[in-house]
Design a protein around this ligand. Structure first.
Ligand code: ADP
Length: 584
């Protein structure tokens, strides 16, 4: 091996070593590229940019990842890309959904201005003279690569402005990428017109893929510095996009490298990023991309689009409303009926209570009359005595004692009459705090003449002072007299007659019991005792106990019957005391 070749070999080895070392420290940068004419075309278009970046920033290894918009969006979502080169529409979606930002906008140094670089051409076969303007597309078959292609959307706006809704008024034919397919669809007459991105036709012509006068662009608009035929407004060129999480220092290095790029013939250069406001405008007008949710949420659009479902929902709503109105009417009616029934029942209850009281009073009437007769007879005796003394000229002072006795007896008769009157009072009174001792004394006093007439002494043990209860005094007396009357009737047929009434208060209740030494209850009576109209008596109403239990329970208490250890029939009930105010 000669000297020169040895030196060369050494040089080569060191270069390789250097290369390997460099490869180890190089960081990977993934750049997505939207491919609308296949991966190879995409690589060819952006090769100069990649070469330039590789040269300028040797510390990075740049990887080109080409694919459709959907593929690239998924890669961004998976954090597999650092940058993208894509069309303005796709960029807008990435900007909204993934906070992507444009670092630079492509620039053709000899071509159009960066803000007016891309549009679309709508073309027909030249042998269709009747198709001249975009309005003529109505009812025709229109081919495009895909519904989300940028060129297609740019054309859509113009066609709609001519009063034609491509979705409704034309038959759309989506042929898929690459764009050459659109040209083929029109050439093979599978479509009457085609929509293709600006300059694509010129490129196909240059490549010899189409003949010079084979196609004609319709609805032409001025194309400014862009040296191609267009049917649409022009939009900024493609942006070089930074993904949100890409570090700012790297983005700055890349941007500087892009701006410093000196393109050769037919090569792209990069300039300051456009604001892409015109693209935003386009998407807002079409309600697509980031503006699509508004369409979906628009109630009016929804109703038009799903009119059968909407009609069904409407019918359902009407049915439901009718149902609600009907049910609430029925409820109101029923409530009113219930209120009436309740009121009637209440009145019947009052009526019944009064009836029972009158019946009890009937039982007691003759003995009460007898009871009143006694003071009256005494008054008569004293009055006659006074008369005689006055006639015999006695000292009027000696009459004082007799007159006082007359007053006492008159009061006694008056008391009896008051109690009777109170007892047959018709109107129910509210439950108010009362002294139970006074009420119970009154009840026993009212009943005593009847008992005495029957030869019975009621043994009552009523303490003089008892804790207060909340009650309708009249109802309380009615319950007690009712129990006393039942007891008296139970023992009427026997010689040894005993009625014992006991009253005592404990911590929170007032206990009252009426016991008699009568024959007790038959098993059948024990079961039905408290049923209304259950009676074993010839002239009984059968209402006393049922009413008494209702009254006691309305006062928060209970009425029970038992045979006590002495073998006596014992009706007892309790009522709650008024709660003592809590002590501090
Ligand atoms: P009435 O006294 O009009 O029959 P009640 O509802 O007061 O109606 O009494 C129902 C029935 O309960 C009486 O007919 C009687 O058979 C029975 N009864 C009530 N009190 C006693 C008692 N102290 N001893 C035995 N049976 C009684």
């Amino acid at each position: 091996m000669g000297m020169v070749s040895r030196i060369l070999a050494a040089l080569l080895a060191s270069l390789c070593l250097f290369g390997a070392a460099r490869a180890e420290t190089q960081k990977d940068v993934h750049i997505g590229v939207l491919a609308f004419r296949g991966a190879e075309e995409a690589e060819r278009t952006w090769q100069s940019t990649f070469d330039h970046l590789g040269r300028t920033l040797p510390q990075y290894r740049f990887h080109l990842v080409s694919g459709t918009a959907a593929f690239l969006t998924a890669a961004v979502a998976a954090h597999r890309l650092d940058f993208l080169i894509t069309n303005p529409g796709h960029y807008l979606e990435l900007k909204v959904d993934y906070s992507a930002s444009a670092l630079a906008t492509e620039q053709d140094l000899e071509g159009p201005t960066p803000s007016e670089a891309v549009g679309a051409a709508v073309f027909v076969l030249d042998d269709h003279p009747e198709i001249q303007s975009l309005a003529d597309l109505r009812n025709l078959r229109v081919a495009a690569v895909a519904p989300d292609a940028f060129g297609y959307r740019a054309a859509l706006r113009e066609i709609m402005e001519r009063g034609v809704d491509p979705e409704r008024d034309t038959k759309q034919v989506f042929v898929g990428f690459p764009v050459d397919e659109v040209m083929r669809a029109v050439r093979d007459r599978r479509a009457d017109a085609g929509i293709i991105r600006s300059c694509a036709l010129e490129k196909l012509l240059a490549e010899g893929a189409i003949q010079k006068d084979e196609f004609r662009v319709i609805g032409r608009r001025p194309s400014g510095a862009l040296n191609c035929q267009v049917s649409t407004r022009l939009y900024p060129g493609w942006p070089f996009v930074k993904v949100a999480q890409t570090p700012a220092p790297l983005a700055r290095q890349i941007a500087q490298a892009l701006f410093g790029m000196q393109p050769g013939q037919d090569e792209k250069a990069w300039t300051q990023p456009d604001a892409y406001g015109s693209v935003q405008d386009l998407y807002r007008t079409l309600k697509v991309g980031p503006y699509a949710p508004f369409t979906r949420l628009g109630l009016a659009d929804f109703v038009v689009e799903h009119r059968y479902i909407a009609a069904l929902i409407g019918l359902g709503l009407i049915w439901w409303l009718t149902h609600v109105v009907r049910v609430s009417y029925l409820v109101r009616k029923r409530t009113h009926e219930l209120q009436l029934a309740h009121e009637a029942a209440r009145q019947r209850g009052e009526q019944m209570e009064h009836t029972v009281r009158l019946s009890l009073m009937g039982e007691m009437a003759s003995s009460l009359a007898h009871e009143i007769n006694q003071p009256l007879a005494a008054i008569l005796t004293y009055a006659r005595g006074c008369e005689r003394r006055i006639e015999s000229g006695a000292d009027p002072a000696s009459l004082r004692d007799a007159v006082q006795r007359i007053a006492v007896q008159a009061e006694r008769a008056g008391d009896i009459v008051r109690r009777m009157k109170d007892f047959v009072r018709k109107n129910p009174a509210p439950q108010v705090p009362i002294d139970p001792a006074a009420a119970l004394h009154d009840a026993v006093a009212l009943f005593e003449p009847t008992a005495t007439a029957a030869g019975v002494i009621v043994e009552s043990e009523i303490p003089d002072t008892l804790p207060a209860i909340r009650a309708d005094r009249l109802q309380l007396e009615e319950v007690v007299i009712n129990l006393l009357q039942n007891a008296l009737e139970a023992i009427s047929a026997q010689d040894d007659k005993q009625i014992i009434m006991r009253v005592r208060g404990d911590r929170d209740r007032l206990h009252i019991s009426v016991a008699d030494n009568g024959p007790g209850l038959a098993p059948e009576a024990r079961e039905h005792l408290f049923d209304p109209f259950y009676t074993t008596k010839k002239n009984g109403l059968g209402l006393g106990l049922s009413l008494s239990r209702t009254i006691v329970e309305a006062h928060g208490g209970r009425l029970l019957v038992e045979t006590d250890p002495a073998g006596m029939t014992n009706f007892r009930f309790y009522l709650p005391l008024i709660e003592e105010p809590a002590r501090v």
